[in-house]
Ligand binder design. Structure first.
Ligand code: SAH
Ligand code: DHB
Ligand code: MG
Length: 219
């Protein structure tokens, strides 16, 4: 009942605010046709990420967890002319589909997909010239979130915005038995260090159920 209402309201905002279009629909269709799981961000959350890129004037963006590039494309749309995104994905098929989608969205010159396990590719970014990012979106495997946070700090400067998806997961963040809940709590322990970052977390409902984002600004 409530879930139906959340979906209806999400659809209402998506349509009202024009937060989808034929390219985004084609991306979702290509993902589904290629057998990718439908765990990308919602349309309104994609637009939110795009607005975050604009609000922070981000030029260099890091994404950990590409899937089919849906959120990458949203953030890509928020970039200025000289803006760039590097997005990390360990599944070959996901990276391939993401590159197709990014091409279709006309963003191949701005978004680079790096294939491989993120904990192996993150240490290579500095030598590839990515010294510090303006905005970092963490959205890959939840057990590695604490490690991703440490890498995000390593690749940040004061003022870098760090956003992490799926920190609520239907309330599992508080489940003492859930291993990913524990990993998210360990991540939140790092987010809570006021010497490092000033943060908050927002619960969300809608097309992707009950979940949430953590957001912080590096000190
Ligand atoms: N950001 C995407 C959704 C990402 S889903 C969107 O909103 O459109 C999470 C992705 O992280 C999946 O594609 C999964 O294959 C990838 N992933 C999981 N573990 C990973 C790892 N260790 N390194 C890199 N990518 C990983
Ligand atoms: C999962 C991953 C996500 O990034 C997401 O937004 C939802 C679910 C998952 O691995 O189940
Ligand atoms: Mg996610």
């Amino acid at each position: 009942m409530k879930e139906q209402m959340w979906n209806d309201v999400d659809d209402y905002f998506t349509d009202k605010l024009h937060n989808t279009d034929p390219v985004m629909k084609a991306v979702q269709q290509n993902n589904a046709d290629s057998g990718l799981p439908g765990i990308d961000v919602s349309a309104n959350h994609g637009k939110f990420l795009s607005l975050m890129v604009k609000m922070t004037n981000a030029k260099n963006v890091l994404e950990i967890g590409t899937l089919g590039g849906y959120s990458s494309i949203w953030m890509g749309r928020g970039l200025p002319e000289n803006g760039r995104i590097v997005t990390l994905e360990y599944k070959n098929v996901h990276a391939k589909v993401a590159r197709e989608n990014i091409e279709r969205a006309g963003l191949s010159d701005k978004i680079e997909v790096i294939e491989g396990a993120a904990l192996e590719t993150l240490p290579t970014l500095k030598s590839k010239g990515w010294t510090s990012f303006d905005l970092i979106f963490i959205d890959a495997d939840k057990p590695s979130y604490p490690e991703y946070f440490k890498w995000a700090l390593e690749l940040s400067r004061p003022g870098t915005v760090i956003i992490a998806d799926n920190v609520v997961r239907g309330g599992r963040v508080l489940d003492p038995e859930d291993p990913t809940g524990k990993a998210v709590r360990n991540f939140m322990d790092l987010m809570a260090d006021e010497n490092l970052i000033d943060g908050t977390a927002l619960q969300t409902v809608g097309a992707k159920g009950y979940d949430g984002f953590a957001i912080g600004i590096v000190k």
